[in-house]
Design a protein around this ligand. Structure first.
Ligand SMILES: Cc1ncc(COP(=O)(O)O)c(C=O)c1O
Length: 367
């Protein structure tokens, strides 16, 4: 079976270094928010090109804490996409704020700035674009919109570690940016982990406080907080993996180029690259109008293709009928019907990638 993602292969690739750092932490006696977390925060912030990093327990809480740190909560609207992991929307509600949906650009699957503008209201406080599948949303238009309307822009970078826009890493554009290091992510831990980055020292300080009960010092809460501490073992592993992130992304890009070349002219609509951007292919997502047939051909050949995401957030039982903007998401709904993700991870071999291509059958004859 060829998996769609394979975190075990990533572990085996760096087994000696990962085993050694886990032992180092076990021996140290310091297991939560210690020197490994501090070092990871500094190294990750430097990698993204921002001043501050805050390690947190997962990507969902990264978004919750970023929103709270920015003062966004009850009564405030946050415009985002319904074509995302449900976590993006769950996090907005966990922060006490109200999600509002805008439709996506069909070419890139990310928030359409013109659609965002249409749903703004006097209660809108923030825009939360998701840089989906590994490449940027239309940041220049969204940043301009945020500036014009006095809104905070917070980036959901769960799927785009290392990708760039206008030569700068994603995560360095918003007031705050939120990363997930769930094991399958481009920078994946071996459990749950996440990070927030920002250039703003006071926002960074608020994130740090909220992450641990609002404590400015032990047992003394200055603001209301929660527990979203990052483990030392996860931080140590993320430091090891950060050293190979660019290499892993380059391999993902090479595999994507192979799929592009081998599948061009066939039945699938292949992923488009946004101009002025690099795509790090967290997922290689194509459109197929006959998706069920395509998926069963892949399944028959032992290829584990997946759908990201089969049911848009606004149509899920937990959210249906109660989120503003949900009645005008035709591109979101079409994407949910058509997308499929081919196997994509740095350790995927050339012969496995060739098997995926063969399973998709011969190209359409050109006319
Ligand atoms: C776009 C997006 N946002 C947020 C999250 C939430 O991250 P986590 O699973 O670490 O809570 C994920 C990952 O699942 C994601 O893909």
């Amino acid at each position: 079976m060829i998996l769609c993602a394979n975190p075990r292969a990533a572990y085996l690739e760096q087994k000696a270094a990962i085993d050694a750092c886990v032992l180092r932490v076990l021996e140290s006696g310091r297991y939560v928010l210690g020197p490994e977390v501090t070092a990871f925060e500094a190294e990750f912030a430097a990698y993204i090109g921002v001043a501050h990093g805050i390690g947190v327990a997962n990507g969902t809480e990264a978004i919750v804490i970023a929103l709270k740190a920015a003062g966004i909560g009850a009564g405030d609207e946050v415009v985002t996409t319904a074509h995302t992991a449900v976590a993006t929307v769950a996090a907005i509600e966990l922060a006490g704020a109200t999600p509002v949906f805008a439709d996506i650009e069909p070419d890139y699957f990310t928030l359409d700035p013109a659609r965002v503008e249409r749903v703004l209201s006097p209660r809108t406080k923030a825009i939360l674009p998701v840089h989906l599948y590994g490449q940027a949303a239309d940041l220049s238009a969204l940043l301009e919109l945020a500036r014009r309307h006095g809104l905070t822009l917070i980036e959901d970078c769960a799927q785009c570690h290392g990708a760039t826009y206008d030569g700068r890493r994603l995560g360095s554009f918003g007031a705050l940016a939120c990363f997930s290091s769930y094991p399958t992510k481009n920078l994946g831990a071996v459990g749950d982990a996440g990070a927030i980055v920002t250039n703003d020292a006071s926002l960074a300080e608020r994130c740090r406080l909220i992450r641990e009960y609002g404590w400015a010092e032990r047992y003394v809460s200055h603001i209301p907080g929660q527990n979203s501490r990052l483990d030392e073992i996860q931080a140590a592993i993320l430091r090891v993996k950060l050293g190979r992130l660019d290499e892993g992304n380059a391999r993902r890009q090479a595999l994507a180029a192979f799929y592009d070349g081998a599948l061009a002219g066939g039945d699938l609509v292949l992923p488009k690259r946004r101009p002025r951007s690099t795509h790090v292919f967290h997922l290689y997502v194509a459109r197929s109008v006959a998706r069920d047939q395509t998926l069963s051909r892949l399944r028959d050949a032992g290829v584990g293709a997946l759908i990201h995401y089969p049911l848009p957030v606004h149509l899920q039982r937990a959210y249906k009928g109660r989120i503003r903007g949900a009645d005008a998401l035709p591109e979101t709904e079409r994407a949910a019907r058509e997308v499929l993700s081919l196997p994509m991870y740095p350790e995927l071999s050339q012969s496995e990638a060739a098997t995926v291509v063969r399973a998709l059958g011969p190209r359409k004859e050109s006319t």
